[in-house]
Design a protein around this ligand. Structure first.
Ligand code: PEP
Length: 223
């Protein structure tokens, strides 16, 4: 089971050092199933028993891309894991940029956590599957280092996770399109994680708010 924490625009360099220390102490040894996406200014060069990933990057090595983070900057921290397509970034990014990021990350051999998810209107209009299929269009779903996180927008940061039967139906649909591990994200917390991780085809969770406090993330990992 994969446990991934998206810290979004939370935690500073100083507070993430403490997060890393506490998580290392809890994990004790290298754990290939635990991932944390801190803000890029908080990346740590200290040894970590989990994988640090980046919430964002620009598909370049370096160059005249004001305000962006390129491969060279990620390399300095040994970052080889990237989040792409999070709904909070799709506000600023179109499908062209998302594909460019995907293809660049694939070229580097990075692990890609690709987020997809529909809004409430799309769900109510019964268009979820078509919508998700479109979000996956033109992306290499056979890429060996791909993880797909199904994150319905109406459940992100709202405290209301999707219904288990809806998650099950969508994951079953995604399974027909790819062999990549499938995660669920959207208001996962200590109270619902057990049930969600039991859902068929669920290979793990992507957690935002409930993972901001390291002790809560640890509790969820330890079950
Ligand atoms: C997320 O940001 O990917 C997420 C799932 O957030 P939350 O857990 O707060 O809904």
């Amino acid at each position: 089971m994969i446990y991934a924490a998206n810290l979004k625009c939370n935690h500073t360099r100083a507070s993430f050092e403490l997060y890393l220390k506490a998580l290392n102490e809890a994990l004790k040894t290298q754990n290939e199933n635990v991932f944390v996406f801190p803000p890029s200014v908080a990346f740590s060069q200290k040894e970590s028993f989990f994988t640090q990933g980046t919430q964002n990057f620009y598909p370049c090595i370096n160059g005249a891309f004001t305000g962006e983070i390129g491969k060279e900057h990620l390399d300095e921290f040994g970052i080889k894991c990237v989040l792409i397509g999070h709904s909070e970034r799709r506000i600023f990014e179109n499908e062209v940029l998302i594909k460019a990021k995907f293809d660049f990350a694939k070229e580097q051999g990075w692990q890609i956590f690709l987020c997809i998810g529909e809004d409430l209107k799309t769900k109510q209009d019964n268009q979820t599957k078509d919508f998700l299929k479109k979000q996956l269009e033109n992306l290499d779903l056979t890429y060996e280092n791909l993880v797909i996180a199904y994150e319905p927008i109406y459940s992100i940061g709202t405290g209301l996770s999707a219904k288990n039967e809806d998650i099950e139906e969508v994951l079953a649909f995604l399974r027909t399109l790819t062999k990549a591990p499938l995660l669920y994200g959207g208001s996962v917390n200590e109270n619902n994680i057990k049930e969600i991780t039991k859902i068929k085809n669920c290979g793990g969770v992507l957690i935002g708010s409930a993972a901001l406090k390291v002790e809560n993330f640890i509790k969820m990992i330890k079950g």
